[in-house]
Design a protein around this ligand. Structure first.
Ligand code: NCD
Ligand code: ZN
Ligand code: ZN
Length: 432
């Protein structure tokens, strides 16, 4: 499997002229013009962009426990289709990934499936209950080598526990990824608090519920000299808080989801729970702010928050529906549409925000996020930005269909994905 020899012809490597890329034994071995094919499998890639394999810092794979919604196998196949070669799997499974045993199980399932690397995230507290710290050290020392810890889905709202977690992860250069949501300010909340929630009579979710936790945790991280990562940041005020934390030199990083780069709370007027998500879709002004934040580097990376849910948890009235939407197979298209086609990011910067930065934050930089560089593992995504497609929720590898972009026209196609030189996804190409 590893002694394969491929020659990618004429792709646009970032920041340079189109060239050929030779992959042998799972590694990039040569980059240059008109390379000799020899016994290589030749891949015609003219007009395609060669991106380093994408890394998702925030994926819900649902296994163990909710295999009806997603499995490690189906979720990682969706990831490969989206151009990803590594995903960080969130801990809110059943059982919760709060022990070395569970994180090793998820890690092993990822290896067995072989579609993309799975880097398990460990829970911060036992059972995500927010009361006692989980065995962070044991998860860090396990075969899964956990470096990211999160109670995502829930906020670590107890300030003392959050402080302890931040202190604890320093021992192994870990990071606490916080789902920033002050629970007392969001009790029964259904959507963003603002004009639209007022008109619809739905309980609102104020921006301050997110911002208060980000402010508190940035201060805590600075106080104990640790690393904080903010999950799915969604408001203008949150961007400003992270910007000022970075200006002070604090170790605070942040992600934004594709859906918060594109969709707004106006969609709640449809009462279609496909648009129900945590944190909620915000206003057009917030969308503008998170785009600016991702462009100027205040927001370090894109995290999909791919959150599969079975039909029955979405096809019901809004208040009863589950929070969350799919993201892996549409992320690159949404980023092209919102950030590249608008002139806010170059493709080099997309490679940073969707590969290098998340790999660095999650500390997997040896295998992932190092770019298309001779000597590095051949993790590669070939992307055609010139196509458009109307999004069809049935066209997916995911077990779920909760796709908020259904019927929307979006640009781009992930043509092929390679993990250590092995092709993990191939889009059917019209024969020229
Ligand atoms: N984003 C969501 O709306 N839902 C996530 C949990 C989370 O990311 O907070 C889920 O697990 O379904
Ligand atoms: Zn969350
Ligand atoms: Zn999540």
């Amino acid at each position: 499997m590893t002694n394969e020899h491929s020659l990618i012809r004429g792709a646009r490597p970032l920041g340079g002229d189109p060239s050929d890329v030779r992959i042998r034994d799972g590694v990039f071995v040569e980059i240059g013009a008109d390379l000799d094919a020899g016994d290589a499998t030749v891949v015609e890639a003219r007009d395609l962009i060669a991106l380093p394999g994408l890394v998702d810092i925030h994926t819900h794979l649902r296994e163990p426990g909710r295999e009806d919604a997603e499995t490690v196998e189906s979720g990682t196949r969706a990831a490969a289709r989206g151009g990803y070669t590594c995903v960080f799997a969130m801990a809110n499974t059943d059982p919760v990934a709060d022990t070395a045993g569970v994180v090793e199980q998820v890690w092993r399932l990822g290896r067995e499936a072989g579609h993309c690397d799975v880097q398990p995230i460990g829970a911060v507290t036992i059972g995500l209950e927010g009361e006692r710290l989980a065995e962070l050290g044991a998860m860090a020392e396990s075969a899964a080598a956990v470096r990211v810890f999160s109670d995502d889905g829930k906020c670590v709202s107890d300030a003392l526990l959050m402080r302890r977690a931040l202190e604890y992860v320093k021992a192994f250069d870990g990071v606490v990824a916080q789902h920033a949501q002050e629970p007392r300010l969001t009790k029964d909340a259904q959507m963003n608090e603002g004009d639209v929630s007022g008109q619809l009579g739905m309980t609102g979710w104020p921006a301050v519920a997110e911002e208060a936790i980000i402010a508190r945790d940035s201060l805590l991280a600075a106080h104990v000299g640790s690393r904080l990562h903010v999950c799915h940041l969604s408001t203008r005020g949150s961007v400003e808080l992270v910007r000022s934390a970075k200006a002070k030199g604090w170790n605070v990083t942040a992600e934004v989801t594709p859906h918060h780069l594109l969709l707004t709370d106006e969609l709640a007027r449809s009462y279609d729970p496909i648009y129900k998500v945590n944190p909620p879709l915000r206003t057009a002004d917030d969308v503008a702010a998170v785009r600016e934040g991702l462009a100027d580097g205040t927001i370090d990376c894109v995290g999909t928050d791919h959150a599969p849910h079975p039909m029955e948890d979405k096809e019901c009235e809004w208040s009863a529906a589950a929070f969350g939407m799919l993201g892996l197979e549409t992320a690159l298209s949404v980023v092209q549409h919102t950030m590249v086609d608008t002139g806010l990011l170059t493709w080099e910067q997309v490679a940073d925000r969707m590969s290098a930065a998340p790999a660095r934050i999650g500390r997997v930089s040896v295998e992932h996020g190092r770019g298309i560089v001779v000597g590095e593992p051949a993790n590669l995504t070939l992307y055609d930005p010139s196509t458009t497609r109307v999004i069809d929720p049935a066209d997916t590898a995911s077990q779920s269909r909760n796709n908020p972009y259904a019927g929307l026209e979006l640009p781009g196609t992930v043509v092929e994905t390679y993990l250590r030189g092995v092709r993990t996804h191939e889009h059917e190409r019209a024969t020229a």
